[in-house]
Design a protein around this ligand. Sequence first.
Ligand SMILES: NC(=O)c1ccc[n+]([C@@H]2O[C@H](COP(=O)([O-])OP(=O)(O)OC[C@H]3O[C@@H](n4cnc5c(N)ncnc54)[C@H](OP(=O)(O)O)[C@@H]3O)[C@@H](O)[C@H]2O)c1
Length: 302
Amino acid sequence: MSAVSDVTSSSPAPSLPALDVLIGPGGAGHLAGTRLEVTPREEELAAFYASPPGLHVRANMVSSVDGGAWGPDHRSGTINDAADWRVFRVLRALADVVLVGAGTARAEGYTALDVPRGLEHLRTGRGPLELAVVTRSGHLPASLAGGARPPFVITDEHGAGIARASVPRGGAPGGGPADDTHAGAPRTPQDLPSPTPGPDLRAGLAALTERGLTRVLCEGGPHLLADLLAADLLDELCVTTTPVLVGPGPGRIVAGLPPLVPGAATGPTAGGEMPASADPVRPRLEHLLHAGGTLAARWALR
Ligand SMILES: NC(=O)c1ccc[n+]([C@@H]2O[C@H](COP(=O)([O-])OP(=O)(O)OC[C@H]3O[C@@H](n4cnc5c(N)ncnc54)[C@H](OP(=O)(O)O)[C@@H]3O)[C@@H](O)[C@H]2O)c1
């Protein structure tokens, strides 16, 4: 994910680069060597990210060359660039709903979303760009509290109670478990409850689908991405690799504990490293675009 400066801005960055097609689409070489010039309508670039009808879950993440998912300020804005921003805007324009973990909503200061300016035609017939936040705690950041367009909240019963309690008077009513509650005010860290079993992500996506929100764009963060992958709910992963080295410290674009595998070691090794997950997932490269050392890859998981 993420914008050059303000993640929620719908304004185009001042100078967006042309993108060279290195591979694809479809992993084929027939468009290799062509160049996607910047156009006001961005239809050519959008065609590279067309998705099939029905529920389609795409994640869009940015990584430094050495695998970091954020920069020294703990935000992804310090590792992305204008090429990433160009793709980011088009992916938002193509989405019905942006899905984020509450950690990302807090770290990146998410607010209600708008379709990137000038790209409204890419979503003809679709509704406004919605935001859905996944949370166990039910606590949303201040930037989302009490706004005129509160987000959908995917949470469990416990989180839904917390979220509903913070809906401002006159706020939209909540839904059922695994939840599409519209929520409001955040709480302080001291208010955070004990960890709970957590929401059913599949049910959450089904609830969005029932509302016609089938084109889901997950903008992270790393814990949510890991959970979507573990539940086999991700159709596609777009990763922009930017020519930046952040060194040790920042995490990867997936985070959390690996799933328990029968017979495998479950704790850290003697070297202090966590065991790897069972079988690596092997996505298929759909296309690879390039500008100034930045590589924008579209990986299909199905
Ligand atoms: N490189 C990139 O493209 C990229 C993209 C996004 C974010 N980031 C960076 O990643 C960092 C944040 O990392 P993160 O892993 O904490 O982000 P995250 O996955 O967005 O946040 C984790 C939090 O989100 C909620 N959550 C995530 N998965 C959940 C699930 N399956 N069920 C219930 N709740 C779930 C929980 O919120 P509660 O605590 O409320 O229960 C959890 O504590 C920031 O520095 C941000 O800048 C980078």
